[in-house]
Design a protein around this ligand. Structure first.
Ligand code: HT9
Ligand code: FE2
Length: 339
């Protein structure tokens, strides 16, 4: 199979104060997120002038990957400009007939994988004679992803010597969504199990035997249960246990976007300061040259059919064609609570 382009598919974020509310409406349309939560998240964005770092980070990552590929790279988002529908129309006009898709999420699950398939499907439906789109696999267990986080943990931990607790964090999702993650035959929970596995791989590479896996950025109505504990609550628990320093590794993300710079670098860091806890935060892979290499490797692996370089026993999943699920009923969207 040959491909004419790579589509870099991401979440999108606002680029000025007037973008914030319409962006949030796009993200939460039909998802039962209470308006009070939206007001709160709007304040987080406005705290940074209404600009999320995510689009600039994606553009920088694309600039780093382009020289490693012999394909043009296009950038499209789910929730904000450049919207993937528009990007796909441009690709079609440029003569692209078949493209690979790199989603900026390493994991399975509805929000982290299947929703990007829905984006592919929606974009193709919006473009007559749309190019064929083949999404690259999940990469949470790729050695380059793990190495990059392991080095980032080591440098964040430098001020503390060996005296720190390592805490991994990923975006929380509703328990029902996690239970539905992966093909039903696998028993669900593919998202939280992959997060646990990636954390184990990074911790073992760093040589840390004991660590925690916690969650962040919970949304949705309070009566709906989500993955817990929350990172900020967990700092209290660690403090009460006599922990002196914490190194937080945002294993669930590929770049320092708003969920990282607000929920970790602002909220969690402030709480740590109140408690007198030393606090370090490991960098995400986006700024590491190995991230560009990772993308180039995923492309090469797909094109050549070479065996997947991966460190876990999880099946290589998430490679989908035109947004069709990679296995029947894989990572079904959770049923949304009525509002
Ligand atoms: C698993 C997961 C990832 C990781 C996988 C991936 O990276 O794709 C992720 C990433 C991100 N989430 C982001 C932002 C938001 N997520 C929200 C809401 C939600 N996220 C969810 C899950 C995830 N989200 C869920 C289950 C919801 C509830 C509503 C729904 O069921 O969809 C909301 C609504 C307001 C609120 O927080 O309540 C916002 C603004 C940004 C961009 C940050 C920026 O602008 O820099 C990024 C990268
Ligand atoms: Fe999110």
């Amino acid at each position: 199979m040959s491909y004419d382009a790579l589509l870099w598919l991401s979440f999108g974020g606002p680029e000025g104060p007037d973008d914030v509310r319409p962006f949030l409406e796009n993200v939460t349309r039909g998802r039962g997120v209470p308006p009070e939560r939206l007001d709160e998240v709007e304040r987080h964005y406005l705290h940074f002038g209404g600009v999320s770092p995510i689009n600039a980070l994606n553009r920088a990552a694309i600039a780093a990957v382009e020289p490693l590929l012999d394909l043009p790279v296009y950038f499209g988002n789910r929730n904000w400009h450049p919207l993937v529908e528009r990007t796909l129309a441009e690709m079609k006009d440029a003569g692209v007939r078949r493209a690979l898709v790199f989603p900026t999420s390493a994991y399975g699950g509805y929000s982290a994988c299947r929703q990007y398939d829905e984006d592919v499907e929606r974009a193709r439906a919006a473009v007559p004679d749309a190019p064929e789109l083949v999404k690259l696999r999940q990469f949470f267990d790729h050695p380059l992803f793990v190495d990059s986080f392991a080095d980032a943990v080591r440098s964040a931990a430098t001020p503390f010597g060996d005296d720190y607790r390592l805490v991994f964090t990923a975006h929380s999702v509703p328990l029902s969504a996690d239970a539905a993650a992966g093909p039903p035959a696998e028993g669900g929970h593919r998202y939280s199990r992959q997060v646990a596995e990636a954390s184990r791989l990074v911790a073992s590479q760093v040589g840390v035997a004991e660590y925690d896996v916690v969650w962040q950025s919970r949304s949705g109505p309070p009566q709906v249960p989500w993955l817990e504990p929350d990172i900020v609550d967990h700092l209290d628990v660690l403090h009460a246990k006599g922990v002196a320093n914490v190194v937080v590794c945002p294993i669930g993300f590929v770049s320092d976007h708003l969920e990282v710079v607000w929920d970790l670098d602002t909220e969690a860091r402030d709480r740590a300061a109140e408690l007198g806890l030393g606090f370090g935060r490991a960098a995400t892979p986006n700024g590491d040259p190995r991230f560009a290499q990772l993308v180039a490797e995923l492309v090469a692996e797909h094109v050549s059919g070479a065996p997947a370089r991966k460190l876990s026993d999880f099946p290589a999943a998430g490679c989908t064609v035109n947004g069709a699920p990679c296995a029947p009923l894989c990572c079904e969207p959770a049923r949304r609570p009525a509002r």
